[in-house]
Ligand binder design. Structure first.
Ligand code: GLC
Ligand code: CA
Length: 550
């Protein structure tokens, strides 16, 4: 199936890879039903190739009722018919492998969709059945069991328990869901659940999938021996930083990943994985070890202000962590859950992004130039660092967050379930603009499942390609150049008197120099390889990164 030469042999390809995240429903729609599809991705393989990326990560494309953008999976070993077929999936892998792009798929092990056959069977089988054992069912409190088993708030609010109707039509037990009610949590103490995920990992590995992104990897194992969990907050962080939180980041979760690792290592090269885990920094390494998943996302940059000291500190911390776990760094500026980074960088510091979104972008002024300048500079900065960079579709076009999507067009449960309290993630999931004009700006011939802003054409691939200084052309040049500059995973910070400068060197003399300030600073000596803004004589303009060969 996928025995292309580049695949075999190289066991370390993932350590310093550029991975491009595709949100399939919003990438490209070939059949014109308004929903992105696998055929659309196959059609754009040449585009993906033009980015010089090492891998793509596909967000869920499995059959789903779309209660949470596909993170409610009804069948883990199939393709949603609205997105394509398994044959098309095989074709996609083949076409990507031909151009030396590897493929990650998303595994969502904490919860299934309520449409999953196991959950449907659990509803029918009733109280105390083995079918209910695969999920987390409890009786309610009070005489009639109509009070929630505990005061647990779900990540999407307002409650993490939903009551079912028993087969005889009476109100019955409650089941736990850390996310939407359509996403019941699995019981990971159940051996059938464990075995089924192993089968899923093998299913996709056998089809040639190279890696897995593990959704909410820190939530699988739960321990209610001290009573059912109560939580007043919507976050998914452990309240205890020592592995003893009843819901999150428990030590036993790594038993599961050690078992998965054995499966990954049956393949050549071994399949790889990256954990999405919200755990305290000192516990992230456990997800990233060679015996477990191998890599874990570092989300520090998603929350970091544009500040030299802060960047320097988080880079040092990450380097130390990677060394300790034996893994490599991971760098992320955007994904399908957060406000796109040109917007974050273009809003005044400390802007409340939820308020900003709810006000349709009116609560704080967006400085678009500043946003894009900083975005260009930060992308070059992270590409120069040792480790993997995870890019999110559309960031290479310079897309901003869309805050004024008509409220009736929204899809995100985070929006509906907490009126007036949460942001909708639809703002970073708007279908990509490929053409300057025309039906859905080239996304597809039949419109787009989320409305695109009227000015989207100016961010399109076509518009970017026509401008030699565009964001897209910077990404293409920088990623391709980075390939040729790769070397040992080390950096040395170079002191600069100016506290707005972050300057470091890789062992082969490749240097990255970022001016975080607004005023120009003097360019250091060396050959300029690339700059995120045109240099002005021997000055580096504000909010600019330059790569230099010493
Ligand atoms: C992860 C996904 C997010 C999803 C959630 C529940 O955080 O990135 O999109 O809503 O898990 O699966
Ligand atoms: Ca389609």
């Amino acid at each position: 199936m996928s025995d292309y030469k580049f695949i075999a042999g190289d066991k370390k390809w993932w350590r310093q890879a550029v991975v491009y995240q595709i949100y399939p429903r919003s990438f490209a729609d070939l059949n014109g039903d308004g929903i992105g599809d696998l055929a659309g991705i196959i059609d754009r393989v040449p585009y993906l190739k033009s980015l010089s990326i090492d891998a793509v990560w596909l967000s869920p494309f499995y059959p789903s009722e779309l209660a949470d953008g596909g993170y409610d999976v009804a069948d883990y070993r199939n393709v949603d018919p609205r997105i394509g077929t398994l044959e098309e999936f095989d074709k996609l892998i083949e076409e990507l492998h031909k151009v030396e792009i590897r493929v990650f798929v998303d595994i969502v092990p904490n919860h299934s969709s309520d449409q999953h056959e196991w959950f449907q069977a659990a509803l029918k089988a009733g109280r105390g059945s083995p079918e209910r054992e695969r999920y987390i069912f409890h009786d309610g409190l009070g005489e009639n069991g109509d009070i929630r088993p505990s005061e647990l708030i779900s990540h999407f609010g307002p409650t993490g328990w939903t009551r079912v109707t028993e087969p005889d039509g009476t109100p019955g037990q409650w089941y736990l869901h850390l996310f939407a009610p359509e996403q019941p949590d699995f019981n990971w103490d159940n051996q059938e659940v464990r075995a089924d995920f192993i089968e899923t990992l093998r299913f996709w590995s056998d089809r040639g999938v190279d890696g897995f992104r593990i959704d909410v990897a820190h939530a699988l194992t739960k321990d209610f021996s001290d009573g059912l969990p109560a939580r007043e907050t919507m976050d998914i962080d452990p309240k205890k930083p020592d592995g003893s939180d009843p819901l999150f980041d428990r030590d036993e979760v790594h038993e599961i990943y050690r078992e998965w690792r054995k499966v990954f290592n049956e393949y050549d090269p071994p399949r790889v994985a990256v954990a999405e885990a919200s755990a305290p920094a000192h516990r992230l390494g456990a997800y990233a070890s060679e015996e477990t998943l191998g890599q874990a996302f570092n989300f520090d940059l998603l929350h970091a202000d544009w500040d030299t000291k802060r960047f320097k500190q988080l880079i040092s911390n990450s380097m130390k962590r990677a060394e300790k776990s034996g893994s490599s760094n991971t760098w992320v500026l955007s994904n399908h859950d957060v406000v796109r980074h040109p917007t974050r960088y273009g809003l005044p510091d400390k802007t409340d992004l939820v308020k900003w979104y709810i006000s349709e972008g009116k609560s704080a002024p967006l400085d678009a130039k500043q946003g894009i300048d900083r975005a260009r500079a930060s992308t070059m900065l992270i590409l120069a660092l040792p480790g993997s960079t995870y890019l999110y579709q559309g960031e290479e076009l310079g897309l901003f967050e869309v805050a004024d999507t008509p409220r009736e067009a929204m899809q995100d449960p985070q929006w509906f379930r907490n009126p007036g309290k949460s942001r909708s993630r639809d703002g970073c999931r708007i279908p990509l603009p490929w053409a300057i004009s025309g039906s859905s700006f080239g996304f597809g011939p039949g419109g787009s499942h989320l409305p695109q802003p009227a000015d989207f054409g100016k961010y399109s691939v076509a518009a970017n390609e026509a401008d030699p200084n565009s964001v897209l052309n910077l990404y293409r040049t920088a990623i391709a150049m980075r390939k040729g500059l790769q070397c040992a995973e080390e950096i040395k910070f170079i002191f600069n008197w100016n506290r707005n400068v972050l300057h470091f060197a890789r062992p082969n003399g490749w240097q990255s120099f970022t001016n975080f300030g607004k005023s120009p600073v003097k360019l250091p000596t060396g050959k300029v390889l690339l700059s995120s803004q045109p240099l002005v004589g021997s000055q580096v303009p504000g909010e600019t990164t330059v790569w230099i060969q010493a």
